[in-house]
Design a protein around this ligand. Structure first.
Ligand SMILES: [Zn+2]
Ligand SMILES: [Zn+2]
Length: 568
């Protein structure tokens, strides 16, 4: 799209972000200050997530430093990019001086040249085309590991799916844009996102408007310009710069509640409603208005079903019988059982973590630094754990922290199923989180037996991140989950829902299975910094999707009750 008078073409925010990422890539090659590199990457993300056209803002002379993540230096670079129609002299200079291999990466600014160099060397290749081929053949994953494979895949083709916490950053600016710039009267994010799925394949928005076409037209200027994939009279699908699909559906005010139920439920859920004779279409055809979801449920004679349960399990039957679970909320959480401090690979002291836990209103905070064998995470030698135990005793005796500190550790489950500390020191701990951090490819039977043997130890309390999965990066290790659940039940062991948004492990399905078998669950953040205690909302989302009530959750108990449960 040319500007009148031959001025530079309008750039979309995605295009501007790409130039900034290119600069970050070249600065990384030059071994520039990593904080500076990160700052450019962060700015690129902020811009790609902005609804307003940055190009227009620049031409209007607006102050870009109002955008979080953009300082004066980066604002200057953005101005130059816009005024030069996408060119940035610093980037051109760096690229001109780069070697051939690095220069070949210019269309893929997310690729880390150093890692690519390593792959090229190992596989004896020299171009992005070959890189793609070897990615698809599985060579990169097999020869260089899942992390490397993940990096290359992400950098070559930004995925069409993303983790929930990333969608949490993308959804608010879209909502704001639909209301502020597209004339929508009301907007609600629905679909997978509203059901708090851990992986989002498409974000859908229900939009109330008198003029849907106008909303779609205005939304095509999101971030300067956004690609429309398909549209009909009632819905439109766009491609967000992140790669994610954004679907917008119109819903009239009179049927808002009904439309929201349709836009939110999984296919299976909507099918189950239909099959059980709850005819949403018939309601839509009638004269009555259904402005709220509650009004629809009332009319159907169902208990209101929380969005997280609308997956097509047994929720329709239970809603009809008035037996839906009373789902756990973050307000029910009384303490935290899995945190790291500077003693291992955390960034805060016990006292600093305690202060944040106190402000959250927690009664207790478990300190679970890594155990001695885990050298890459600065595992704590046994003598140092003894010292930490004495230190925590003193802190609790002094009683000035406003929260009780629990003595614990994240104890490695060794390859043969032994725990990574002596019984003597384990006996001093209030409880343990026991985890697997090595030998992921042991094979299903051996892995299952390794965990079961560990559970036989009377100092084993909670199985940390029970399947080891990392979302969109690696599947969990193979285990016979049924056998582990049964063994945990017999031995009085528990499972964790690890709330780290990269893990969310147990999955909702496995959490449901564990609780149905009678095993309680701890919702832990695995916080390595004070801010990460906030991850708890993601763990609670996951527990809600599993249909869990507070009585199934260990850390919804007061310490006095919990203490009785964890002692074997
Ligand atoms: Zn761990
Ligand atoms: Zn941990």
């Amino acid at each position: 799209m040319a500007r009148p008078g031959g001025a530079a073409p309008t750039l979309s925010n995605a295009e501007i972000a790409k130039v900034l990422l290119g600069l970050a890539q070249m600065l990384a090659v030059q071994r520039e200050n990593p904080f500076k590199v990160r700052a450019y990457r962060r700015a690129a993300k902020a811009i790609a997530n902005t609804g307003e056209s940055i190009d227009e803002l620049v031409r209007r002379g607006a102050d870009l430093t109002d955008i979080p993540g953009i300082g004066t230096g980066i604002a200057g670079a953005i101005r130059e990019i816009v005024e030069g129609g996408g060119a940035l002299s610093q980037l051109e200079t760096l690229r001109a001086g780069a070697d051939q291999h690095t220069a070949g990466l210019r269309d893929y600014p997310l690729l880390d040249p150093k890692r690519v160099q390593r792959i090229y060397k190992k596989l004896g290749i020299s171009s992005v085309r070959e890189l793609k081929e070897r990615l698809e053949s599985g060579d990169i994953g097999r020869l260089m590991g899942v992390r490397m494979e993940h990096h290359v895949r992400q950098a070559l083709s930004p995925g069409t799916e993303m983790q929930l916490y990333e969608a949490d950053q993308i959804v608010p600016p879209i909502k704001e844009f639909l209301i502020g710039q597209c004339g929508a009267d009301r907007v609600e994010a629905a679909g997978d996102y509203r059901r708090r799925m851990e992986i989002i394949r498409q974000v859908s928005f229900l939009v109330q408007t008198d003029d849907f076409e106008q909303v779609v037209d205005a939304f095509s200027r999101y971030g300067g310009r956004i690609t429309l994939i398909e549209a009909d009279t009632a819905s439109a699908t766009f491609q967000h710069p992140s790669g994610l699909r954004v679907r917008i559906t119109g819903g009239p005010a009179r049927l808002w509640g009904l439309s929201l139920i349709v836009a939110t439920g999984s296919e299976q859920h909507l099918e189950n409603l239909q099959e059980a004779g709850y005819d949403l279409l018939a309601l839509a055809r009638g004269k009555a208005g259904f402005k709220t979801e509650a009004a629809v449920y009332r009319k159907l004679g169902l208990e209101p079903i929380p969005p997280e349960l609308r997956e097509g399990h047994d929720e329709v039957v239970r809603a009809a019988a008035g037996r839906l679970p009373e789902l756990i909320t973050t307000a029910d959480i009384r303490g935290e059982l899995h945190t790291h401090t500077v003693a291992s690979d955390g960034t805060r002291t016990i006292e600093q973590m305690a202060e944040v836990a106190r402000r959250r209103g927690y009664e207790y905070l478990g300190i679970t630094d890594h155990s001695q064998s885990l050298k890459i995470a600065r595992g704590v030698p046994e003598v140092d754990l003894w010292a930490q135990i004495r230190c925590i005793d003193q802190l609790n005796d002094r009683g000035t922290l406003g929260v009780r500190i629990l003595k614990s550790a994240e104890v490695d489950i060794l390859a043969d199923g032994r725990l990574d500390y002596s019984d003597a020191v384990l006996n001093e701990l209030d409880y343990t989180v026991c985890s697997i951090h090595s030998r992921f490819t042991l094979g299903r039977t051996a892995q299952t037996e390794r965990i079961m043997r560990a559970m036989d130890n009377r100092y084993f309390t909670i199985l940390g991140h029970p399947t080891g999965r990392q979302l969109l990066r690696r599947p969990g290790y193979e285990v016979d989950f049924e056998r582990i659940v049964e063994h945990a039940r017999k031995n009085g062991c528990f499972f964790e829902i690890n709330s780290n948004p990269d893990r969310l492990d147990l999955s909702a399905a496995n959490a449901r299975r564990a609780v149905e078998a009678g095993v309680k669950i701890a919702i832990n953040t695995d916080a390595h910094s004070a801010g990460e205690l906030d991850f708890i909302t993601y763990g609670v989302d996951q527990a809600r999707r599993a249909g869990l009530e507070s009585r199934s959750i260990l850390n919804c108990l007061a310490w006095a009750e919990l203490q009785r449960l964890v002692r074997r």
